[in-house]
Design a protein around this ligand. Structure first.
Ligand code: GLC
Length: 598
């Protein structure tokens, strides 16, 4: 078994991946290996939403592991305790009989390397995947099959029925490069080829080394979290299967299965730096399911598409329109007119859907009909009922039409481009007319009866991003942003103002800091020439994420810690961290060079 790891990137991440908290997976795979805190036992879970079996869209979070109580055993079948060492490509288990290893042989096969020179093996528990008692009997379903195979004939192999499932115990005789491989898939051939462990391990090491080696360099102080973020960007990828038609990233393999509309756009922010085609595919994977009326669904996963949800109310569900803005950012780093041409019409239809289907009072300002369409699920802005006409949505649409103007220009359609600019300007005027409150110095969202929702959130400052506000409004908004009683402080930008009675610093969209929202503000501040302020928000965002080893969905606005409910290995926080670390490093490199020149 190989001792030394040559890759500095893999060594940097040694023991950074805590499998009691985050899954060990691999690019493209739907298998996740976890350890329950406590016993020396592993679990294998599926990153799949199998709604044909369990119709509840959230059921996958509660589903028991596919393989449970996986234990390393010696030649006599005695369980082995282990000390674990983790790397992106390999888990190493030091036991009293020697070292076991675990790598992905391929996206559906886990290869357990056995300690050299002794007989050893595995014990695990596997249940028929789905079973339930029915009125007259019971139901068993098995949609994923499991095959376990040694690279040589097994010395001992026993399958015993036990409490609704089976205990498998298998032991291989002593060899130098032994493997027991577990393959899990919809359809598995009984004859799985199993190369020697050293070969699978070397291939995994090369694969991961190459991935990390391709990323742009950043300043030393960002490097550890930056590489961890890139680990997430590969670890959360799933291969095409069912409705997932491109290799694409899940927001978090454990907590959010499938592809989500605005997450996919944010993920492209990072991929554009290493693989522009992978970045484009995040957008294509979502556009592939555009509905006939132009709507884009909230999420896409192997077995289906989510375009309406019945809680807290029944309505169509999508996510904020940021694809066009992201496509342009992609075009900045990797210009590709063909891609702009490919997506232009879909984005135009998407834009038309918002204005035609989501403006009941026909005032030219668009409304959310379902809280989840805002992406801000439990924000107090939706506590007073739906629909809500809101400044965040209309700002996204303004930015989208600005992006369409740039695309149209680039595609040789100057008249159309002018029209988009006119429409973008018109929506700014309407926001000022309907949402702006001169006394409060804020843009309020409106209920159906035009009653303002006076909960102070950063979304009332969003129109800054249009870059088209009169000076005095801009100054008022900046005043709110930098007011420590409201949004400023060590941890910025809370999603509800600190002094608002509804502020809850650790509850999802009711106060915590979210990296994507910070990113939008950084964009907005650059847009209006407030570069220093933008850089301060950038640095505070980077510092916040670097406080922890993991990378989380959101952070408590008072303590800076991730609340227990925040998902780990979170996609857009990783993507934003990557993009901001690159920005910050380019600026600091540029200023070092300026210093040299002087
Ligand atoms: C949560 C967020 C939403 C996001 C989704 C997937 O529901 O509120 O904005 O798109 O998770 O990450």
């Amino acid at each position: 078994m190989q001792e030394r790891i040559d890759s500095p990137h893999l060594n940097l991440l040694r023991n950074q991946i805590d499998i009691t908290r985050v899954p060990f997976s691999d690019r493209g795979s739907r298998l996740m290996v976890r350890q329950e805190p406590g016993p020396c036992q592993l679990q294998i879970k599926l990153a799949e939403r199998l709604i044909k079996l369990q119709p509840d869209i959230d059921a996958y979070r509660m589903r028991p592991p596919f393989v449970n109580e996986l234990t390393l055993i010696d030649g006599e079948g005695e369980p082995l305790d282990f000390e674990l060492e983790t790397y992106p490509h390999e888990l190493r288990f030091q036991t009293r009989v020697g070292r076991f290893g675990l790598v992905f042989q391929d996206r559906r096969t886990l290869a357990f390397g056995l300690p050299p020179g002794v007989s050893a093996g595995l014990r695990f528990y596997v249940e028929p995947q789905f079973w339930q008692e029915t009125e007259r009997g019971g139901l068993f379903k098995s949609v994923r099959n499991l095959v376990y195979t040694g690279n040589e004939e097994l010395a001992y192999n026993q399958i015993t029925p036990n409490t609704g499932g089976y205990i498998v115990e298998c032991i291989a005789s002593a060899s130098d490069d032994g493997v027991i491989a577990l393959t899990v898939d919809e359809d598995v051939d009984l004859h799985v080829d199993v190369p020697p462990y050293s070969a699978s391990c070397q291939a995994a090491e090369m694969r991961w080394h190459k991935w990390f080696d391709g990323v742009p360099p950043v300043d030393e102080r960002y490097r550890l979290t930056y590489m961890y973020a890139w680990w997430i960007m590969a670890n959360n990828l799933i291969s095409p299967q069912g409705r997932v038609t491109y290799e694409a990233m899940t927001p978090s393999k454990t907590s959010y299965i499938g592809l989500w509309l605005w997450d996919s756009a944010m993920h492209a922010l990072a991929y554009r730096h290493v693989d522009p085609e992978l970045a484009r595919n995040q957008i294509r994977a979502m556009l592939a399911y555009q509905l006939p009326d132009g709507m884009l669904p909230d999420a896409v996963y192997d077995e289906g598409v989510i375009s309406s949800i019945d809680h807290p109310i029944m309505a169509a569900v999508t996510k904020p329109p940021i694809l066009a803005w992201m496509a342009l950012k992609l075009h900045e780093t990797a210009p590709d007119l063909d891609f702009l041409e490919e997506i232009y019409t879909s984005i135009v239809r998407w834009n038309a859907w918002w204005f035609s289907m989501n403006d009941d009072n026909l005032d030219g300002l668009v409304q959310y009909n379902h809280p989840y369409s805002s992406g801000l699920d439990d924000s107090p802005l939706w506590d007073f009922g739906m629909p809500v006409e809101s400044p965040d949505l209309n700002t996204y649409l303004c930015v989208q039409m600005g992006s369409l103007a740039v695309m149209a220009e680039a595609l040789g359609m100057p008249v159309e481009s002018k029209m988009w600019r006119r429409r973008a300007a018109a929506i700014v005027h309407r926001m000022i007319e309907h949402f702006w409150d001169e006394d409060a110095g804020l843009f309020w969202p409106l209920l159906e009866n035009k009653e303002p929702i006076r909960v102070v959130t950063p979304f009332s400052l969003y129109p800054l991003w249009t870059g088209q506000l009169p000076d005095h409004i801009r100054e008022r908004l900046k005043g709110h942003l930098t007011n420590p009683d409201e949004f400023w402080g060590e941890y910025v930008i809370p999603t509800v103002a600190r002094n608002d009675p509804r502020f809850e610093p650790g509850t999802m969209w009711r106060g915590p800091v979210w990296a994507n929202i910070n990113y939008f503000f950084i964009e907005a501040l650059h847009q209006i020439g407030e570069h220093d302020l933008a850089n301060t928000v950038r640095d505070k965002t980077l510092d916040l994420v670097m406080k922890e080893t993991g990378i989380y969905e959101y952070y408590n606005a008072e303590t800076g810690q991730p609340p227990p409910t925040a998902a780990g290995t979170f996609g857009w926080t990783a993507a934003v961290f990557i993009d901001l670390a690159i920005q910050a490093s380019q600026i600091s490199q540029a200023s070092q060079e300026d210093d040299k020149d002087e």
